[in-house]
Design a protein. Structure first.
Length: 86
């Protein structure tokens, strides 16, 4: 494998980058995304605009973090397999 990297001059990931990729999503990352959402656009079929998520950021962030942790562990609810076609 190392010869492949040398042959094609592919960059090697340093351990810090690998650890960062494998870490769960942090509260700060979630808050950053919520803060930077477009305020007047809906983010899905449910009709909630970005301003809703920003207003309730303190309550939504821990819920989203728990959800992302379950996703990272491969634990999905049955509702992840459902779809709504509009």
């Amino acid at each position: 494998m190392d010869k492949l990297f040398e042959r094609y001059k592919l960059p090697k990931r340093i351990q810090e980058q690998i650890d960062n990729i494998n870490n769960s999503t942090s509260i700060k990352e979630i808050e950053f995304v919520l803060t930077n959402l477009p305020t007047k656009k809906t983010l899905g079929p449910y009709g909630f605009i970005g301003k809703f998520y920003q207003t309730f950021k303190q309550k939504i962030t821990p819920i989203l973090q728990k959800l992302f942790q379950k996703i990272d562990k491969g634990i999905f609810s049955n509702s992840f397999c459902e779809a709504s076609i509009t």
